[in-house]
Design a protein around this ligand. Structure first.
Ligand code: S3P
Length: 166
């Protein structure tokens, strides 16, 4: 498999599988994997939920911005972004952007089974509004949109095929 030529940013709504897909993809391509939420959480020794709760969302967004600058100094990597990162920060020009598209019903099922606490998931109506608002933005930003309703291994397989063309 040819080496990664530029950063690959995985974007998409909460629960779209960015972290699981990114981890496996990076393993297959033998390159660095960065999970932005996990990285921020380690840096400040607080969960993302606790950062939102104690310092506010704007502080979390500041940390995201700083992390993007740090990532830009690194060799090409696979990056799983938090769902709001591409909404609050411009990622254009920083590498290849891939949107993991998942239907709302599938997301809901995944998020309900997931023990991970998401500060922006308050109720289904509010989540659906956010989903409708963000989906067109993700699509517009992405160089490629992939169907991530499928199991992680299948998504990774598609991205590996796609990788050969970028
Ligand atoms: C957010 C998504 C979360 C996390 C934070 C904000 C968002 O990441 O960054 O809670 O704005 O959609 P995941 O997409 O990994 O859940």
């Amino acid at each position: 498999m040819p080496a990664l030529k530029a950063h690959t940013w995985l974007i998409g709504f909460m629960g779209s599988g960015k972290s699981s897909v990114g981890l496996l993809l990076a393993e297959k391509l033998c390159c660095r994997f960065i999970d932005t939420d996990a990285h921020i959480s380690q840096e400040v020794h607080l969960s993302v939920e606790a950062i939102f709760h104690t310092c506010g969302e704007s502080y979390f967004r500041e940390l995201e911005g700083k992390l993007i600058q740090q990532i830009c100094q690194l060799d090409p990597s696979i990056i799983a972004t938090g769902g709001g990162m591409p909404i609050f920060h411009p990622l254009q020009g920083l590498g290849t952007i891939i949107y993991l598209q998942v239907d709302f019903e599938v997301l809901l099922e995944r998020l309900e089974q997931d023990s991970h606490i998401r500060p922006l998931f308050k109720n289904t109506d509010q989540l659906y509004r956010l989903y409708q608002e963000r989906c067109p933005l993700y699509r517009a930003l992405a160089h490629h949109t992939t169907n991530a309703n499928q199991p992680v291994k299948k998504v990774v397989q598609e991205l590996l095929t796609l990788h050969l063309s970028y």
